[in-house]
Structures are given as C-alpha cells and as structure tokens.
Design a protein around this ligand. Structure first.
Ligand code: SF4
Ligand code: SF4
Ligand code: SF4
Length: 190
C-alpha cells in the first residue's frame, strides 16, 4: 500500500513538473511578444510644453550624442535680430562670433533675411541636446526652438532613461503613427 502511494506521488510530481516546464516558455513567449508589439506601436517623445530645459536630455540618453535634438518651428519664430536662443545674455556686439553664441557647438546658423529679420537654422549633427538655446528662446523669445527625440537616432528603449530622469515628466510613449510632438511644423535636416 505504501509502495502504491509512493508510486502515485511520484507520478503526480512528474505530471506537475511537466506542466510547469511547458507553461514557462509559453509565458515567456507571451511577455516578449507583448514587449515587441508595444515597442512597435509606440515610441518615446518629448512634450515641448512640459519640458523645462533642465539639460538632462544631453546626458541621460543611452546614446552619445543623445537621440534628442533641438528643432525649430519657423511658423512661431520672430526672426529676431536680438535672438535670445542664439546670443549669450548681455553680449556687447550682435554678431556670429563664437564667444557671443549660446550654443556650445555652434549648431545654430544665423542668416540675414531682410531688415530687421534674421533666420536661424539648426545643424542636427552638431546638436548635443544641451537645451541652452531652448531655455533662452522660451524665456525671452517666442519659444520656437524646442527639443524632440529623433526616431532615426533613437533605439526606442523598453524604458527611456531620459524619461526616468526627466523632472517634468515631459517624455511619454506616443503612437508610432504620430511620432513627433512639435510646437508647430518644424525644420529637419534628416
Ligand atoms: S529631461 Fe525633460 S525637462 Fe529636461 S530637457 Fe529633457 S525633456 Fe526637458
Ligand atoms: S544650444 Fe544645445 S540644444 Fe541648442 S542647438 Fe546648440 S547643442 Fe543643440
Ligand atoms: S529611448 Fe533610449 S535611445 Fe531613445 S531617447 Fe530614450 S534613452 Fe535615448
């Protein structure tokens, strides 16, 4: 009788273990399919109206340089001579000398259009996402310079490390069919 019980217990154990061995890969497969599906349907993006230009987009991306770039909404720009996104505060002479520019990498080009208007264009390859120009433009200008994650540069990480660091919760997942959150249509050189 004792032998029979032992035999039955062993059979039950083998049956349960078998079920566990079958169900574990199925559960793993479901989680990875879910992850891949959500990665395909959603991408990370910055809401420029929530961004407070803290500078962490430069340093917290897993990529160097960051997948975040400054973009420019020409529809909003004032084409100002005294551009607070281009010039350092308190400059004596308004010109394009490196010491007068706010951008540490000279990624912004200033071009005369007609009196008194100047056009400012961005070289995306030079931008490191420091947000200095965005801060200047937001504080004293029309706020036409702003940050966006460029998807051709972004790994679409399962969890965006900038989103974790962002003090303004300005980075969220958005639909891949509408992957940008521009303030208005923006210039891109990609
Ligand atoms: S981390 Fe957030 S608040 Fe800071 S610059 Fe990036 S988007 Fe803006
Ligand atoms: S100031 Fe910073 S964010 Fe603006 S264009 Fe230059 S590198 Fe990019
Ligand atoms: S998802 Fe990854 S690669 Fe893309 S911006 Fe965030 S940290 Fe950088």
């Amino acid at each position: 009788m004792a032998d029979k019980n032992k035999y039955q217990n062993r059979r039950q154990f083998v049956k349960r273990a078998g079920r566990l061995i079958i169900s574990l890969p199925v559960a793993y497969l479901s989680v990875s399919i879910l992850r891949k599906t959500s990665a395909r349907e959603f991408v990370w993006q910055i809401d420029p109206l929530k961004c407070t230009q803290c500078g962490q987009c430069e340093t917290n991306c897993v990529n160097t340089p960051s997948a975040v770039k400054c973009v420019h909404s020409f529809e909003m720009c004032g084409y100002c001579d005294l551009c607070s996104g281009f010039l350092r505060q308190g400059v004596k002479i308004i010109d394009t000398a490196a010491e007068n520019q706010l951008c540490p990498t000279a990624a912004i080009t200033r071009k005369f259009v007609e009196e008194p208007f100047f056009e400012y264009t961005l070289d995306e390859k030079l931008c490191i996402a420091c947000a200095k120009c965005v801060k200047g433009c937001t504080a004293f200008g029309n706020g036409s310079l702003h940050l966006q994650i460029k998807h051709e540069l972004c790994n679409n990480c399962n969890q965006c490390s900038i989103a974790i660091a962002c003090p303004s919760e300005a980075i969220q997942r958005v639909s891949v069919s509408n992957p940008y959150k521009p303030k208005a249509g923006f210039q891109t050189d990609s």
